[in-house]
Design a binder for this molecule. Structure first.
Ligand SMILES: Cc1cc2nc3c(=O)[nH]c(=O)nc-3n(C[C@H](O)[C@H](O)[C@H](O)COP(=O)(O)OP(=O)(O)OC[C@H]3O[C@@H](n4cnc5c(N)ncnc54)[C@H](O)[C@@H]3O)c2cc1C
Length: 446
């Protein structure tokens, strides 16, 4: 239902005339995210500052209009879909990296900063941002925080919540607060722990202070083939059982290997029932030792064709296959459901892993039917194929408003609250890690 003209005018007074979209054709671009859900917002507001976000939320609160914050729209849970209509509050214009503190190893960023851009900028200081969802070339740090996203490296480094130190947020009444501290290991309420992963239901995030890590001096990636998903899962358990926590440990089933290989000729064994990719990082000596130790465990557990792959950088290594997989499957199916199965199966039992892959295949088949009809109905957008309509249009809209990263002095948060030291589960990576360090990866050793 369109918003009353008076409300649209109020919104325009807050963010400027050009920054409120209310024509149905333009709104359609924002009706979806990466999931299969869809619902048109009544208006889209492109906010450029905390003050604007606060102003928009105050207008919405006065008129009882729902507000859904939105980043790059890559979410797979439908979180950015305005399922009850209302305002889609697009924050991709807020994309400045405000501060990189190379001594404290932290960054203060606006929510619209693209995940990979942060690591690229941090790399100039020998640092990187560990949470690396496969969508990292597009998704935003705000979206990552709201979804508590992880990636291939979450096995060792943890997910987004382990790397967020503090946030500036706007609550439903438009008030602006700084939650949690801005250094690791503070005491008090863990409000970030509540808000990270809340999918935009509790607040709009307007600034995020994140922990950065040192780029490890050496990285090695091992690849091994297995006769089945069960044997590969058993090998995963064996590696962890030996007290080794690799930087990344990912499994591809036979279908995935086939799809990636057909498109990218990466040299993956297509006859294998499953393939494991194991990444270790740290000082060169420990990387070498771990590679040998893991290789032996994989072979002892029915692994074959075990080979070491060269790796260039911490942020691109093991996720490369994931990105290739997304691209490869995009050409054969409009769904990407099986990735979530792949991402999670390493931590599951063999039976669960098998069920997980099987479920994702049948889910994918069902989704394919649904999404094909959706894509057929989707309006065309100049320069886009049907499948990529919404993403491309959003990208082209937002890229024109992009500002260069700058690093001005940080404004003081309006409210500071401490947070507990124990965000991560006991013994979880980032706790052991303390946000630092070269790593010898044997838990309890090195
Ligand atoms: C190809 C592909 C690969 C993916 N791989 C992974 C992966 O490996 N791991 C993973 O975890 N996810 C993955 N995802 C899912 C998705 O990319 C992540 O959830 C990502 O964090 C979403 O970021 P976004 O900027 O696109 O957020 P959006 O999709 O725009 O929004 C996601 C949620 O965050 C909320 N939100 C966004 N910005 C704010 C803000 N400023 N304040 C408050 N709430 C906000 C929205 O309301 C919504 O609920 C993948 C998606 C795709 C399409």
């Amino acid at each position: 239902m369109p918003l009353p003209k008076s409300v649209v005018e109020e919104l325009r007074r807050v963010v400027g005339r050009e920054s409120v979209i209310d024509s149905p054709n333009d709104l359609r671009i924002f009706e979806r995210d990466g999931s299969i859900e869809g619902a048109m917002p009544d208006a889209v507001v492109l906010a450029s500052s905390t003050e604007q976000v606060s102003g928009v939320i105050k207008v919405a609160a006065r008129h009882h209009i729902p507000v859904v914050p939105r980043g790059a729209g890559t979410g797979l849970s439908g979180g950015a879909v305005t399922i009850r209509g209302g305002i889609a509050l697009q924050v991709t214009r807020m994309r400045r990296i405000l501060e990189i503190d190379r001594i404290a190893m932290t960054a203060l960023v606006e929510p619209g900063v693209v995940n990979q851009e942060l690591s690229l900028v941090a790399a100039q200081h020998g640092l990187f941002y560990a949470p690396d969802p496969s969508s990292q070339k597009a998704c935003t740090i705000g979206g990552n925080a709201a979804e508590n996203s992880g990636g291939p490296h979450c096995l060792y480094y943890g997910v987004t919540t382990n790397h967020v130190l503090g946030m500036e947020v706007v609550l439903a009444d438009g008030s602006v607060h700084w939650v949690s501290g801005d250094v690791p290991d503070r005491i008090g309420l863990d409000l970030c722990g509540v808000l990270v992963g809340s999918e935009g239901t509790l607040c709009a995030i307007t600034k995020i202070k994140v922990r950065l890590l040192r780029i490890p001096p050496s990285i090695a990636t091992l690849l091994a083939a297995f006769p089945s998903i069960e044997s590969a899962s058993q090998a995963v358990s064996a590696v962890i059982g030996h007290g080794i926590v690799p930087a990344a440990l990912e499994m591809m089933d036979n279908v995935t290997v086939g799809a990636v290989e057909a498109h990218y000729h990466a040299g993956y064994p297509t006859d294998a029932g499953a393939v494991l990719l194991v990444e270790v990082d740290g000082i060169a000596e420990s990387t070498r030792e771990l590679t040998v130790a893991i290789g032996k465990i994989l072979v002892d557990n029915h692994g074959y064709g075990c080979s070491q792959r060269s790796a260039r950088s911490a942020s691109t290594t093991s996720c490369r296959w994931r990105t290739s997989f997304m691209r490869a499957t995009a050409t054969c199916t409009p769904t990407s459901c099986s990735t979530s199965a792949i991402a999670t199966c390493c931590t599951r039992s063999r039976r669960q892993a098998r069920r997980c892959f099987a479920r994702s295949s049948s889910w994918a088949a069902r989704c394919r039917a649904n999404t094909e009809s959706v894509w057929k109905r989707a309006p065309s957008c100049p320069g886009s194929t049907a499948k990529t309509t919404s993403m491309r249009c959003i990208a082209s809209r937002t890229s024109s408003t992009r500002t260069a990263s700058s690093i001005p002095a940080r404004s003081s948060p309006t409210l500071r609250e401490s947070r507990s030291t124990s965000r991560a589960a006991p013994g979880s990576p980032s706790r052991r890690n303390g946000g630092d360090e070269t790593r010898g990866r044997e838990a309890g050793h090195s």
